[in-house]
Design a protein around this ligand. Sequence first.
Ligand code: UD1
Length: 460
Amino acid sequence: MTPQEFLKVLEHFGQHHILEHFRALSSHQKEVFLEANRDLDLRLVFNLYRQFSGTDNSGRVPGTISPPRIICIPQGSGEHDDALGARSVGESLLRRQKVAVLIVAGGQGSRLGFEGPKGTFPLSPIKGKTLFQLFAEQIKSLSARFGVTIPLLIMTSGDNHEDTTRFFHKNRYFGLVPDTVHFFTQEVLPALSPEGRLILRDEVRFYTSPNGHGGSLKALSDSGLLARLTAAGYEELFYCQVDNPLVRIADPVFLGYHSLAGSQATTKVVRRRSVDEKVGVYLDVNGKDAVIEYSDLDEGLMEAVDEKGEILYWAGNTAIHIFSLSFIKDLNSDGFALPYHCAKKSAYVTSSDWEPASIDVWKFETFVFDAIPLAQNTCCMEVAREEEFAPVKNKDGPDSPDTARQALIDLHHTWLEKAGIAVPADAKVEISPLFALTPEEAAEKLRTRKVVPSPDIYIE
Ligand code: UD1
């Protein structure tokens, strides 16, 4: 947008307070102001404002809701055979170098009370490996195992991009080839006041916020990475959030089910811990699979139980997905297809001219799981929470570093048990992803390895 066009848009949407502010700036400041803001999608934001004002913004979804079809954790031998079949299909995808990995790491770790990108949080119980290191080591292991390059894509936000890239550089990419690690930044959108006015963050910048993790599917396309991956022959994107140290990166069984179902958007779910657990719920909405965030789902549905007293809509979203690259391309083919949500929050705004103040703001964001109902075919797979889901969200209490660390310790205890190795129940156990990625692999390798019982058992 040219500076003139940009100012016209401000005029058109009645942002006279901004124009007044702009006129009072020095000519140098005016230049900086235009440079800093003119790429922001103001039209989108004002259209969204119109769409959301006057609504109750509850996000409640109209339509018929029923339990979806889910591939549950295998019980009998038939289901185990199915899983083995899926695994070999997934392994073939990996071997043929069709799989890339995306970790969304653009959010702020504010709930965790941690300064710095969440991925740099030291989490593993003995070595204090960061979340990023745990993921990178899995990718290193997988790449070596299948003799391929698995690109690692990391979505950052403007606020943590520098810190994230510097962290990887400083740590030599945790053994990954630097050229195979790609950082890209998600878009930001200006937030508005409840009256629909743009807010200044300082003399020359608007108050903005990241456009939600759904923005990863847009930024992948806008950045050219999607085209590059496709040109290099990649077909599937394994997607996860930076906050879950138990995630099984590019799990072959998951990839296999995705492929066998001809799915474009596949999801892992766990049984919801309780009716008020803060997870999205995987549902069938009007005959299409979808995730509805807990805060948007009717209380009656959140709390519904079956005749045995068990949670009826039990499938909690782990935010682990596979998206086909061709599907992501389609989502971007005619504008960006994901719908926006409006979060009404309070924000702390300061500037040289105004007193620091907490004000109400409307932020606009997209959720990646809104891609699911847009897919032609979908697939959903249940996994065991204790094996694959222990997100780090809060400083303490549930879903905190303590619970995630304990989950890692407990998991690796079971790996040792399965390998027939007895260790004290209170020992800390940490098995490096560079040693084994699954209990089967650990058992195989541990046949020739002596584990000395001690309070801290680290296996690499
Ligand atoms: C999210 C899901 C929820 C799921 C749960 C599983 C939403 C709205 N809900 O909840 O359905 O059950 O995870 O743990 O997402 N991020 C960005 N850019 C953004 C916003 C977020 O990269 O603009 C990243 C964050 O870094 C984080 C992840 O997305 O890795 C999750 O975001 P968050 O807003 O914390 O969602 P949750 O409340 O954890």
